[in-house]
Design a protein around this ligand. Structure first.
Ligand code: T5A
Ligand code: NA
Length: 208
């Protein structure tokens, strides 16, 4: 049966296992015969991505508003490419999306969640958001955080709370403290049913 692809987003705080699970998901879906591609935000390869990378690695200081808008622009850069793939029947597995944008910036002093959501309004609306739920303490114990700017347990705790405020009907909360294999199985079950169900549906616009 043909039809459009599904837009699947994987979210969670730092070290919740997103990149590990996106890779497992893509290889499982490919072996089931699905057309699928993985994407990651921030995409550090584009011009905006290079600025974001320099900021995250503390090589460049930037105003917090500017950083927020760069993360959003970094997603808008991929918008037409994403829609094209979805219409061709390719499902997309996306490692972080606008929810990270809103959850991280609004953990900073002086930013409301509402202000943070604005620049991403109208992006393709995910069919499924798999939230890898892990406490900031458990995340930190996974080999510890590195040197990047947001990798602090107190900050991650605020980010975690902000994520939970963004929960909507497409969200599935996955217990990310389980073994890699159990997390994978739970994610794959959810993805399989969504891929079948979206075929005749239109692609919505996020937060509109
Ligand atoms: N950001 C991002 C914003 O502020 N605004 C935005 O709009 C966006 C998109 C970089 C930073 O940018 C911020 C958020 C981030 O602070 P990034 O490039 O996605 O974002 O970050 P990364 O450093 O690449 O990835 P993370 O730190 O988020 O890690 P992951 O991908 O969640 O975790 P992963 O898979 O690398 O695993 C981490 C460790 O845990 C182990 C793994 O082996 C690995 O060692 N692990 C497990 N251990 C036990 N049990 C399991 N089930 C495990 N699964 C994985
Ligand atoms: Na990652």
């Amino acid at each position: 049966m043909s039809g459009r692809g599904a837009l699947i987003v994987v979210e969670g705080i730092d070290r919740s296992g997103k990149t590990t699970q996106c890779a497992k998901l893509v290889s499982a879906l490919l072996s089931q015969g699905h057309k699928v591609e993985v994407m990651k935000f921030p995409d550090r390869t584009t011009e905006t991505g290079k600025m974001i990378d320099a900021y995250l690695q503390r090589d460049q200081t930037l105003d917090d508003h500017v950083v927020h808008l760069l993360f959003s622009a970094n997603r808008w850069e991929q918008c037409s490419n994403m829609l094209e793939n979805l219409h061709k029947g390719v499902s997309l597995i996306v490692d972080r999306y606008a929810y990270s944008g809103a959850a991280y910036t609004s953990a900073k002093q002086g930013f409301t969640l509402d202000w943070c959501k604005n620049p991403d309004k109208g992006l393709p609306d995910p069919d499924l958001v798999l939230f890898l739920n892990l406490s900031s303490k458990e995340a930190e114990s996974r080999g510890g955080y590195g040197e990047e700017i947001y990798e602090k347990v107190e900050f991650q705790k605020k980010v975690h709370n902000n994520f939970l405020q963004l929960k909507s009907k497409q969200w599935k909360v996955i217990d990310a403290s389980q073994s890699e294999e159990n997390v994978h199985r739970e994610m794959l079950n959810n993805v399989n049913s969504v891929i079948e169900n979206v075929k005749g549906q239109q692609i919505g616009k996020l937060w509109l």
